[in-house]
Write a protein of this length. Sequence first.
Length: 366
Amino acid sequence: MKINVAKDLLLEKLSLASRFTSSRLTSLTALQGILIKGEKNKLHFYSTNLTSYIHTTLTVPLEENFRIIIEPKKTTEFLQFLDPGKIEVDIKENQVTISQNKTKGSFPLIVSTEFPLPPEIKGKEQTLDVNFFKKNLPLILFAASPDETRPSLTGVNFVVSEDDLIMVATDGFRLSLIKTKKQIDIPSMIIPGDFLSELLHFVKDEKEVFFSYSPEEKIIFFRVGDTRFYSRLIEGEFPPYERVIPADRKTKIILEKDEFLKNIKLISIFARDFSNIVVCEFKKEGVFMRPKKENSENNNTFQEGQIKGEEQKVAFNYKFLLDLLNNIDTKLLQIEVLRSDAPVVFKIDGNPSFIHIVMPVRIQEE
């Protein structure tokens, strides 16, 4: 069976679906591939890692129905080198051949009768404002943990209380929290952070996102145009994050964010040799920054700022500071310090609903 399709459209769909294939070696080889079903002049693309699923479609003329599973890596790599325009896809029993003019490439199919499809979601769809994603998720996602041995920390905790929605993520060393007005009717849940990152990547140029939830399947569903995203929720207890938020402060610092980012990058050149630790000394003149110990008098920088309260010396893993500074869009950064060994609070100008907390590093210096 032969199909004529625009190269760029096919590449777009395969590239998107490939982001949800399984990278693990499993007994079900099909999970490493993309299921393509041809029905009623539509190509349906499915992929899953058994936690997240995607289903997207592409309208093309079809002579008959078919079902194949392709390995996407080589196929998408081959398509990237073809010129824009139409290509011919020739589907046979054990392979698919893609040709354009005098260029041709054949790729073996994954032979499997099993492929887990996403569950049917019967809940009513609700409309989400895309700006809600673009504004809030970048401030939260970087604080989630990549460590799958603690599943609840790999997700974003959505906490619903009356008219408010709290979103919080933590890896045990830093924490991001946003409190906003509830836009949709959802229960409290933990959504995988990597799934939300993929969703955020996809919806940036969209205007509307539709959302639904199945309490029976414990799955959430997002629809964006002709593409559907599914994810299982993370089961388990999220740590009591409220205990980490300091109730008091002894020092308040206001700094120009871009200059602080530049200075932390500068000091990180030397801090890499000393466990990635940068020491910030908050004094009345401003902030002195240096790596810990050894010749630090020769490797330092200074930034003026507004300092109110006691002088403090706090040590941080500079990577945590860079993650925060690279993900916030603000002119001024506010830092609140209670003690050198207490969680440090970061706030951004013009967004009182957001706080970020970084656990300091305990150091012993002369």
